[in-house]
Write a protein that binds this ligand. Structure first.
Ligand SMILES: NC(=O)c1ccc[n+]([C@@H]2O[C@H](COP(=O)([O-])OP(=O)(O)OC[C@H]3O[C@@H](n4cnc5c(N)ncnc54)[C@H](O)[C@@H]3O)[C@@H](O)[C@H]2O)c1
Length: 405
């Protein structure tokens, strides 16, 4: 059959197997092209100047995948990855991350890198932690980098079996904002009712730091965490007009909990070990998770236009190359630069006042008639489709897809 993207309301329900494989090969090529720049580092005096054994929780798409690509193909790290993806059936393609994982493993093997991928194990479970511990013990290594990059709508508590759901809602008052369907170019008003106390608490359970800390404690207790390991969880701040729905909303509460968890982990381990835990604030990019947040597609489309005009546009891979080389593993300097709250900032280009002022000015006058001159919905659309294996350069989409494998 010929596979076309099936998209509604910024959600794509299928994926193109060959397109996904081609997309990740292109991304690996980009990382390999800067490998010399990344690994040509002096000893920083604090032990490991680069990641050697990385664990990536949420490894199959978005920021987790980009982190894993940079650790492996940029720095030559052995990687273990966890994600929750669906494999294909005889009649239906798998989810994009399933293909990305498979191709990652194949490319790692070709490059002589050790990689182990768990495509469909619930990272919130105890079983996942045990698998990560076994993987390290079998090969006799300790993790020196642990990236926590989950974006999930649900979490089952491993102790109680209770199911928690995360929601993206404002707190205290209803939120009204404009949202963009990048496939039709239609801008519509979206109204979201405020969250209940229960919804806030459940979102913190899913997207907060509780599970991150469980991972670190489990790895440490099993002796598979390197004494000077770095662990990161990703977060977003964004422009103030989005705060009612994001930073000051349910998800922002969960992100604050992540920040408190980073502090708690540092306090727990710093005295006896060298573990360093950071929340890293990344820039807005198109991923399966970000496409469904109200107001974000319109904001990202405008941001893309402005950043592309200034030649400072970045996607997940660009962000992670900069995070690793200019924050985590800097030549001759073990200090990781952080802001006043101890967070790593890699959203600096997005949040620069000149970019933000220009984006705000454009958003104030944007409508359907000037959308394509003031913003870049096609750039959003292209990134979104490529995240599902569609519109990837070099792939013949008129060719029959014989198998979903
Ligand atoms: N997208 C953005 O613009 C943006 C910006 C800044 C920060 N972030 C943050 O980055 C992190 C990752 O987000 P993303 O946008 O890359 O999302 P994504 O949807 O592309 O990736 C989420 C990953 O989590 C995995 N996952 C989800 N539930 C799981 C489970 N139960 N068990 C195992 N794996 C599971 C998925 O398989 C996937 O690998 C989030 O914390 C997000 O808030 C995103």
């Amino acid at each position: 059959m010929i596979l076309k993207p099936m998209v509604r309301n910024n959600i794509c329900i299928n994926a193109h197997p060959e397109g996904c494989r081609a997309e990740i090969r292109l991304q690996v090529g980009r990382v390999k092209a800067v490998r010399d720049r990344l690994t040509n580092l002096g000893k920083n005096g604090r032990g490991t100047p680069k990641p050697a054994h990385a664990l990536v929780i949420g490894c199959s798409t978005g920021y987790g995948l980009a982190s894993r690509l940079v650790a492996a193909f940029g720095y030559g790290a052995d990687t273990v990855g966890f994600s929750y993806e669906k494999e294909p059936t005889g009649t239906k393609p798998g989810t994009p991350g399933w293909y990305f994982n498979k191709e990652f493993d194949a490319l790692a093997a070709e490059t002589g890198l050790s990689a182990q991928t768990f495509s469909d194990i619930d990272a919130f479970s105890r079983a996942a932690k045990e698998k990560a511990i076994d993987a390290a013990r079998q090969k006799g290594f300790q993790y020196d980098l642990v990236i926590y990059s989950l974006a999930s709508p649900v979490r089952t508590d491993p102790e109680t079996g209770a199911l928690y759901r995360s929601v993206i809602k404002p707190i205290g008052r209803q939120y009204a904002g404009r949202t963009l369907d990048v496939f039709t170019g239609k801008i519509a008003e979206a109204t979201v009712q405020p969250a209940t106390e229960e919804e806030i608490a459940q979102t913190i359970k899913v997207m907060g730091g509780e599970d991150w800390a469980l991972w670190i404690d489990a790895l440490e207790a099993a002796g598979v965490l390197s004494p000077d390991a770095i662990t990161l969880a990703y977060s977003y701040i964004g422009p103030s007009f989005s705060w009612p729905i994001y930073r000051d909303g349910t998800i922002g509460q969960a992100k604050l909990h992540l920040e408190k968890t980073a502090q708690a982990l540092n306090e727990r381990y710093r005295a006896t070990k060298g573990l360093r835990a950071f929340v890293c604030i990344n820039k807005a990019v198109v991923t399966r998770a970000s496409a469904v947040i109200p107001v974000i597609p319109l904001y990202i489309s405008t941001l893309f236009k402005v950043m592309k005009e200034r030649n400072i546009h970045e996607d997940c891979v660009d962000q992670m190359i900069r995070l690793f080389s200019e924050r985590l593993y800097r030549k001759g300097d073990a200090q990781v630069p952080v802001d006043a709250e101890g967070r790593i900032r890699i959203d600096d280009l997005e949040m620069g006042s000149s970019v933000q002022n220009e984006v705000s000015a454009r958003l104030a006058k944007i409508d359907e008639s000037n959308l394509y001159s003031l913003a870049d919905p096609d750039g959003f659309k292209s990134d979104f489709l490529r995240a599902h294996g569609f519109e990837v350069p070099g792939v013949d989409y008129e060719r029959e897809v014989a198998s979903f494998e």
